[in-house]
Design a protein around this ligand. Structure first.
Ligand SMILES: [Zn+2]
Length: 237
């Protein structure tokens, strides 16, 4: 079963849970938490709290999801991709590092502590004693466009290919950048759809991960703090 088939199979209520409440962190991955989560969402939005995802509730969800975008990597086992390094100044190996203009999204999480969000070199050095990592399947290592747009720029750098997309012609006030990629599957000037495959993550980058950026403008370079808090998660099988 492909991811598209899997996601299309879901009922509206399941979709609500997976795409919205789960992404917002309102609930965990527990089935049966759905109805109370829907009630809580309805109560917070002035809707009749009947626990059913009717048209008004779904309209409120759509409004909250705006501007539309999806996580640029697929989720796995009910989890959004793990953010291993956030936007802002960061330290590497205990020393002050450069300002990090994006989000790093990793390909594995620690089974015993899936919420641990740290910039880590442990993937490379292998599991430490007693640690078990959950690795995402190959489908989660292909970067997808977070919104429809036009590929404005493709660059090849020492740390992999970069793809830069402008979404503004589609009514979305956003540009996005994707770094540490293998050979791109798209070309400059090409229109891309939301969720379209862009490239695999480059296997030779340290701790293979996607570096994702959101920008006001690609040239001149004007990055801004990425906001995936309301983005939908597309799940691999
Ligand atoms: Zn990064």
């Amino acid at each position: 079963m492909t991811a598209a088939e899997y996601n299309a199979r879901e009922t509206a209520a399941e979709r609500l849970r997976r795409e919205h409440l789960l992404a917002l962190g309102v609930i965990g991955g527990v089935d049966g938490a759905l109805e109370s989560a829907v009630r809580a969402f309805q109560a917070a939005h002035g809707l009749t709290a009947d626990g059913k995802a009717g048209p008004k509730t779904r309209a409120a969800i759509d409004a909250e999801l705006s501007p539309r975008r999806v996580w640029p990597l697929r989720g796995y086992r009910g989890r959004a991709p793990i953010v291993t390094s956030g936007y802002g100044p960061r330290a590497r190996r205990g020393k002050p590092g450069a300002f990090h203009h994006g989000l790093d999204l990793g390909l594995a999480w620690l089974e015993s502590d899936p919420e641990e969000r740290v910039y880590s070199y442990r993937y490379r050095s292998g599991p430490h004693r007693g640690e078990r990592w959950v690795w995402t399947p190959p489908e989660c290592r292909v970067v997808i466009a977070s919104a429809p747009g036009v590929v404005r720029l493709i660059r090849r750098a020492a740390n992999g290919h970069q793809i830069w997309i402008d979404h503004r012609a589609h009514g979305i006030d956003l540009c996005t950048g994707y770094l540490h990629l293998a050979t791109p599957e798209v070309a400059e000037g090409q229109e891309v759809a939301e969720c379209q495959d862009l490239a695999a993550i480059w296997s030779r980058i340290e701790d293979p991960h996607l570096h994702y950026e959101e920008l006001d403008e690609i040239r001149p370079y004007r990055p801004r703090r990425p906001d995936l808090s309301r983005a939908r998660v597309i799940y691999a099988e």
